[in-house]
Ligand binder design. Structure first.
Ligand code: FEO
Length: 546
């Protein structure tokens, strides 16, 4: 009971609720006493009466409204990703015979949310709250909505329902509508059809499609960092310059690891006649939806977007930085215009990851530090591994004043990624760039430029063991989990891995598929205590598929 009080204290503070309204929550929480709750609500002021603001909702279609809110003050999304222009949390109202609310918003912006919600509702109530997934940036106001609309029904997946119980102590059993793939929710002229999209970005994710309007409520998919500046539609802004980099950074950092699962969701989306994409973050797409769908196809399949070179350097006193800049200049002289140079100690790794998803060729230049890789570079490389980076061309430059070892150690980490092709030979600096180094950088620039232009004729396949030593130009690095057969047919191996999301499986005769996220386990038998490495589901959630 104490924790109930404390949770409601937050809701009360966030919404400016009165004591009478808190009593609604209490009644609703304590055994579904809805009649009592309704009675209390009748005598209570509206929850937003304490806000002086006016609604700033936007119309998406005749019957569908954006009622979300922006948080321009937020410095770190998920307490991890730096934001320059804040974050938007999108929520949508479908105004039909029945009123459906798609998601809520983060607790920090509940005030704006209530202003927008009440402006569109204009006295009507909400019949359904569709919870596409339970991450708190979209679900924080569930309890508040139950308080505000005592008869509201909560529509979500079975796994989403279980998660609601982990975040809220309110008993929703008498208002829960559990839906799954293919189920529908009739609202009148509009009918929501539910599409499961596990791991895009939590395991319980549901998208909802309305055939009448062609709107896809896509959950986190197609979202972006950044906040709205008046315009609500992607075609109203300079999306390529002002939004695409943040959309790429959002995707790669938030769901970049789950490419196969995103591919599965895209496959389902391809069967729908989509006219509007309404994500939980960022702008609404109503034109040129192929543009963002094409980007997602690249990102989900780990295909580079651009023939481009990204040079990452980690430098203490400038020697390694000097080499990176010389290489960039020589690449320019070779006619490569799409070159970017990043100081890994300065630029946040979320941007560095996004650039790795964009570019075809990556060069890692690191000084030796504590007989290892310079710390920010090591963090970047491990971050790339964590996000399933694969299928890139890579080169290495190391520096050291008495015993340079960074290049081999960097290659050991890169060897954990699939289908990485080595271009050129490692270059070693001894403190500063020598005349010989300048020549070597010139040679490497020519080799990278040739590769960018499609000349990979010297490529050979190499299956790595525990290290990436003794590799040479054109070699392709494979993960330790790759089998000899995969090494012989890398494209088929990559395709298979993408389809099954099963990198690292045991290669046995039978397969079991996780019903939650699509991960495939291969082996002679599925251990009873097996836990899905992607979504944490138990062995009970697996079904035998082969
Ligand atoms: Fe925007 Fe997965 O929450």
């Amino acid at each position: 009971m104490e924790s109930n009080t404390s949770r409601r204290t937050f809701i009360k503070a966030a919404a400016g609720a009165t004591a009478a309204t808190a009593a609604v929550a209490a009644a609703s929480t304590m055994g579904g006493q809805q009649a009592q709750a309704q009675e209390a609500a009748t005598s209570a002021p509206k929850l937003n009466d304490m806000f002086a603001g006016r609604g700033n909702a936007r119309q998406v279609t005749d019957d569908i409204w954006w009622v979300g809110a922006a948080d321009k003050r937020l410095a770190l999304f998920e307490n991890a990703y730096p934001l320059e222009q804040g974050m938007t949390y999108n929520s949508y109202l479908v105004m039909d015979d029945k009123v459906a609310l798609i998601d809520t918003v983060d607790r920090a912006v509940v005030g704006q949310y209530l202003e927008n919600l009440n402006a569109v509702l204009d006295g009507r109530s909400v019949d359904y709250l569709v919870v596409d997934h339970m991450e708190p940036d979209h679900s924080s106001a569930i309890d508040l909505m139950i308080s505000k609309f005592p008869n509201i029904q909560i529509v979500t997946s079975a796994k989403g329902a279980a998660l609601i119980g982990q975040f809220f102590e309110t008993d929703i059993s008498d208002r829960l509508v559990t839906v799954a793939e293919g189920d529908t929710l009739e609202l009148g002229a509009h009918t929501l059809s539910f599409v499961e999209a596990p791991m895009v970005h939590w395991p319980e994710v549901l998208m909802a499609y309305d055939a009448a309007s062609g709107v896809l409520f896509s959950a986190d998919a197609f979202g972006s960092f950044n906040s709205l500046d008046g315009n609500i539609f992607a075609d109203q802004v300079d999306y390529d310059n002002d939004w695409m980099p943040e959309a790429r950074r959002f995707y790669t950092n938030i769901v970049g690891k789950y490419g196969p699962q995103v591919q599965a969701a895209l496959e389902k989306a391809s069967t729908l006649d989509i006219k509007f994409i309404c994500s939980t973050h960022g702008l609404v797409w109503r034109k040129d939806t192929d543009k963002i769908l094409d980007k997602y196809t690249h990102w989900a399949t780990y295909e580079p977007e651009d023939k481009a070179v990204v040079i990452y350097y980690g430098s203490i006193y400038g020697g390694t930085e000097n080499a990176a800049n010389i290489l960039a200049t020589k690449l320019s002289e070779e006619g490569i215009s799409n070159v970017k140079v990043y100081d890994v100690a300065k630029t946040h790794k979320s941007w560095l990851l996004a650039e790795a998803f964009r570019a075809s060729h990556l060069v890692f230049c690191s000084c030796t530090y504590n007989m290892g890789i310079f710390t920010p570079m090591k963090e970047l490389l491990n971050y790339l591994v964590d996000h399933n980076m694969q299928n890139r061309h890579v080169s290495f430059v190391e520096n050291g004043s008495w015993q340079p070892v960074a290049a081999g150690l960097m290659r050991n980490i890169v060897a954990q990624m699939s289908d990485m092709t080595l271009v050129g030979s490692d270059i070693t600096l001894m403190s500063t760039v020598s005349d010989q180094n300048v020549e070597e950088l010139g040679t490497l620039a020519k080799q990278i430029a040739a590769s960018v232009n499609g000349d990979d004729s010297s490529s050979d396949l190499l299956t790595m063991a525990d290290g990436a030593t003794n590799v040479s130009a054109g070699d392709v690095m494979h993960t330790n989990a790759d089998t000899a057969a995969q090494a012989a047919a890398p494209s088929a191996a990559a395709s298979s891995a993408a389809e099954s999301a099963s990198a690292g499986t045991s290669g046995g005769a039978s397969q079991w598929k996780c019903k939650i996220c699509g991960y495939v386990y291969e082996g002679d038998s599925l251990p009873a205590d097996f836990v899905c490495p992607i979504c944490g589901a138990s062995a009970d959630e697996f079904e035998k598929i082969a």
